[in-house]
Write a protein that binds this ligand. Structure first.
Ligand code: MAN
Length: 516
């Protein structure tokens, strides 16, 4: 009665009213229920029948139950007295947490139960203080219950969205398939158009370069020809060459005609055309080094070798020929000009432009195709995954939202169905604590946890991994994150998706937890 009065005056939260009303009803149904027996065992204590010891050790007339004499080996006939050493007394402690006591604590003068029921025949009077003492627990239970109720509401709204959203994703997947079918062939066409344009571009550029190199080569040959043609008669004879010691193949100090003919391919004389064809290829490297050697020598006195050359020239009767001169400033300029390739002519530039356009068009189609392919594989993974009963966890994956939890040093970030991260606050550097592997709850409760594996390697340890416990809550929220063993992380994620159970009085009924 006292409790019922409190129920009506103090309790405004309907759940608590329900609880107490239910408890009161249970009491009246049970009638004279034996003292010290929890509600869950009332069925075993029926005053209209003989009592069977709970361990099967005997059967007694009902009058022997709670008669302060221990009959059953397990003490079950004396749940409400101190008669059995191994007996246990249950106090319901309505308004707080129920409790089992050792039977010896019954009527020992100490109030062990907050409802005072353990001192029913004692010199001590115990008041029922469960209501006051249970306030914090009750408030916590109310808070938890409210969260479950709210979570279940959100769960229901989420559920309404699941199938339409899944259908929308599947539709998009089909659209992507169609878009890819359109883009892929056009990409192939653009690729061959690009190849054709690039081939034409390459050929034109190569031709341009080749023409430039040929003309440069001809200019070089011309310069050397003029240099060697000391009498400028448009022909080069062996005597023109003989004055150059560089043609002294066997390095015996003299240039013989035989030596020269090795360079001239047997010719004794050559105009520019045959010089370019036959002689130039043989001497071009020699001539270059000749020029380089002559540059420092030009300002100094003739060397012994040069004197010998002079004497030999005179001996040959060709008269003293001036050594090859250094290039004139005009020649330098000509060399410099021919050293950088001239701009492409308009028709080549046109082909380059066309190839650029073809490249651009192909790259655009290629980008589009690869974006679609990525979107396709992401969506395939999204729609094919296991989202539990009613696909309740689908919205959590579909939203792509991540949840964070801060401790002193790190921000932990969980992107459900994707990855788990640890971000160092000081540096902002991020470490992978694993990628979504699978659901990992125990049998029958598979969707109560997830596993994220293959995160960043841990020095001298395993790759980082995370176990995420999933609990019901009105919003997606990371409630905790810790590292119970090195590089193995543990998180608790609240989400409406886990609020499938309709919250009942049971959810917060303190009597539910009778083992306490
Ligand atoms: C970093 C963090 C820690 C981890 C160590 C292991 O400091 O990722 O969580 O324990 O590396 O070396």
């Amino acid at each position: 009665l006292q409790l019922v009065a409190m129920t009506t005056t103090v309790f405004s939260v309907s759940i608590c009213c329900c609880l107490l009303a239910a408890a009161a009803a249970a009491d009246s149904e049970a009638g004279e229920s034996p003292r010290g027996v929890p509600r869950s065992k009332l069925g075993l204590y029926d005053p209209t029948k003989p009592f069977n010891c709970l361990d099967g050790s005997g059967t007694l007339p009902w009058s022997k139950v709670n008669d302060d004499y221990c009959d059953c080996r397990d003490g079950s006939d004396e749940p409400g007295t101190s008669a059995c050493k191994n007996g246990r007394f249950f106090c319901r402690n309505r308004g707080h947490k129920p409790k089992y006591l050792l039977a010896s604590r019954v009527n020992d003068g100490v109030c062990d139960c907050c409802d005072g029921t353990d001192e029913f025949d004692s010199w001590t009077t115990c008041a029922d203080v469960c209501w006051e003492e249970g306030k914090a627990a009750r408030e916590e239970a109310e808070r938890r219950h409210a969260l479950l109720v709210e979570g279940h509401k959100v769960y229901n709204t989420w559920l309404q969205d699941v199938e339409p959203k899944l259908a929308a994703r599947r539709k998009r997947l089909a659209e992507i398939g169609a878009e890819l079918e359109r883009v892929q062939p056009s990409k192939a066409e653009l690729e061959s158009a690009k190849k054709a344009a690039e081939d034409a571009e390459e050929a034109a550029k190569t031709e341009h370069k080749k023409a430039w190199e040929e003309s440069r080569e001809r200019q070089r040959a011309e310069r050397v020809f003029n240099e060697l043609d000391s009498d400028s008669d448009g022909r080069i004879g062996l005597a023109d060459l003989q004055i150059h010691p560089e043609f002294d193949v066997n390095a015996d100090g003299g240039v013989t005609l035989d030596e020269l003919r090795q360079y001239t391919e047997g010719l004794d004389e050559a105009d520019f055309a045959s010089f370019q064809e036959k002689i130039w290829p043989n001497i071009k490297t020699i001539f270059k080094s000749l020029k380089q050697q002559q540059q420092p020598a030009a300002e100094s006195a003739p060397t012994a070798e040069e004197s010998t050359d002079k004497e030999m020239d005179e001996a040959l009767g060709e008269g003293a020929q001036p050594p090859p001169t250094q290039p004139t400033p005009q020649e330098d300029q000509a060399e410099a000009e021919t050293d950088s390739m001239p701009d492409y002519p308009a028709e080549v530039q046109e082909l380059i432009n066309k190839a650029n356009e073809a490249r651009e068009a192909y790259n655009k189609a290629n980008d589009e195709a690869s974006k679609l392919t990525t979107e396709k594989s992401d969506l395939e993974r999204l729609v094919e995954r296991d989202y539990g009963p009613s696909n309740a966890f689908f919205p959590m994956a579909d939203s792509g939202e991540c949840a964070e939890f801060n401790d002193n040093e790190y921000t932990y970030k969980l992107c459900p169905f994707k990855e788990s991260l640890q971000i160092q606050k000081a540096s902002g550097s991020s470490t992978s604590l694993g990628r979504f592997k699978d659901w990992s709850g125990p049998e029958g409760d598979k969707y109560s946890s997830q596993e994220y594996t293959d995160g960043q390697g841990c020095w001298n340890g395993p790759n980082r991994s995370t176990k995420v416990r999933i609990v019901c809550g009105p919003k997606t929220e990371l409630l905790s994150a810790s590292e119970p063993s090195r590089c193995e992380y543990s998180m608790e994620l609240a989400t409406p998706a886990a609020c499938h159970a309709h919250p009942t009085a049971e959810t917060v009924d303190p009597e539910h937890d009778e083992l306490y």
